[in-house]
Design a protein around this ligand. Structure first.
Ligand code: TXA
Ligand code: MG
Length: 318
């Protein structure tokens, strides 16, 4: 299959392909998603094949209006109204109890359904034109780096999907926060740029801190978001020692503090949390193209829970 790289002016072609049951990578504000018509099971199955993703990993359903929630759940808690009023469209995914007729292919046989209204005019327009929700996992091979530019998707999935719609670089750059609203107290399952504080302000309650966990639930793998080049999280002084004591300088260093070294290749990144998240995957994709032996990543502050979650999984090595 030849994958078409579509420009924004060709959005109608993306819509036609989706209506015809094909899979198309689309921009969102977080990362590019690999979309299919959420009401077309044979189209959804193509996503799992293209990504090489196990079928028990559920997909997020993307909607363009709050009313669409009713197609997916019969139980809309007050918290869902409050969060959507304050934070949708935006990088927040809500987990609710699914309606009985929702396809097990979407939920991986779970009784819960993940829903999100993305904040990107292209995907919102496409959902409206398709006339129903789109399922969309991140548009990357299972366990690999998420894409934040159309070219990242082309490098990874070209030949396996019908098209990529180029909407430029994603404005957030890290996957949505996932909050479980099926429990008495809402619980963050995946940290993102919508923080605990933002959720607490919207809900006017306290919720527990995100706990990284090793439960064997789909989507919570120890190894995930991985570049092809092995990467290691280290403090800047550990990185300095490592370079001083080592002999192999075929190394990339991604750092947010001021750092100079002429033996290795430096990849500076923004020192604020949002700036770091925005270009983190882009820089790692770039490093991967250059075939270094290792990537040393300056350890971010503990409070950057979303970034740490991704980077610890990126470095995990059995
Ligand atoms: O920002 C995002 O959320 C992006 C963009 C494209 O919207 N999507 C994304 O999808 O990150 P994906 O499939 O790469 O990650 C979704 C996560 C997975 O860890 C999946 O297991 C979890 O959401 N998830 C989805 N449905 C679920 C469900 N019913 N129960 C538990 N976890 C669920
Ligand atoms: Mg993903």
């Amino acid at each position: 299959m030849q994958t078409k790289l579509l420009q924004q002016g060709q959005i109608d072609e993306a819509i036609s392909l989706l209506k015809a049951g094909e899979i198309v990578a689309l921009p969102t504000e977080t990362v590019y998603g690999l979309a299919a018509d959420a009401n077309n099971e044979s189209a959804i199955k193509k996503i799992f094949i293209a990504k090489n993703r196990p079928t028990n990993h559920p997909l997020i359903v993307h909607i363009d209006s709050f009313d669409m929630i009713q197609e997916w759940t019969d139980e809309i808690p007050d918290y869902a109204y409050k969060l959507s009023e304050n934070l949708w469209p935006g990088p927040l995914t809500m987990l609710l109890n699914k309606k009985h007729n929702v396809s097990d292919i979407i939920t991986g046989c779970s009784t819960k359904i993940a829903l999100r209204m993305p904040n990107n005019h292209l995907i919102l327009k496409i959902i409206k034109s398709v006339g129903g929700a789109l399922v969309a996992p991140s548009a990357n091979t299972y366990k690999k780096l998420s894409p934040t530019r159309a070219e990242h998707v082309m490098q990874d999935l070209s030949g396996k999907i019908s098209a990529v719609l180029d909407g430029g670089a994603c404005s957030i750059g890290i996957e949505s926060t996932i909050i479980d609203l099926t429990t008495k107290t809402p619980k963050i399952l995946r940290p993102g740029s919508i923080t605990k504080d933002m959720i607490e302000t919207a809900l006017q309650i306290n919720i527990p801190e995100y706990q990284s966990h090793t439960e064997q639930v789909p989507g919570n793998m120890l190894a995930h978001y991985q570049p092809n080049t092995p990467c290691f999280l280290m403090t800047l002084s550990e990185i300095e020692d490592y370079i001083r004591d080592g002999e192999d300088y075929n190394i990339a260093v991604m750092h947010f503090s001021l750092f100079e070294n002429d033996k290795v290749k430096l990849y500076p990144i923004a020192s604020d949390r949002r700036g770091f998240a925005k270009t983190m995957y882009d820089i790692l994709h770039n490093i991967d193209k250059s075939r270094f032996r290792k990537i040393l990543i300056e350890l971010p502050p503990k409070s950057w829970s979303d970034i740490n979650d991704r980077l610890y999984k990126a470095q995990y090595n059995k």
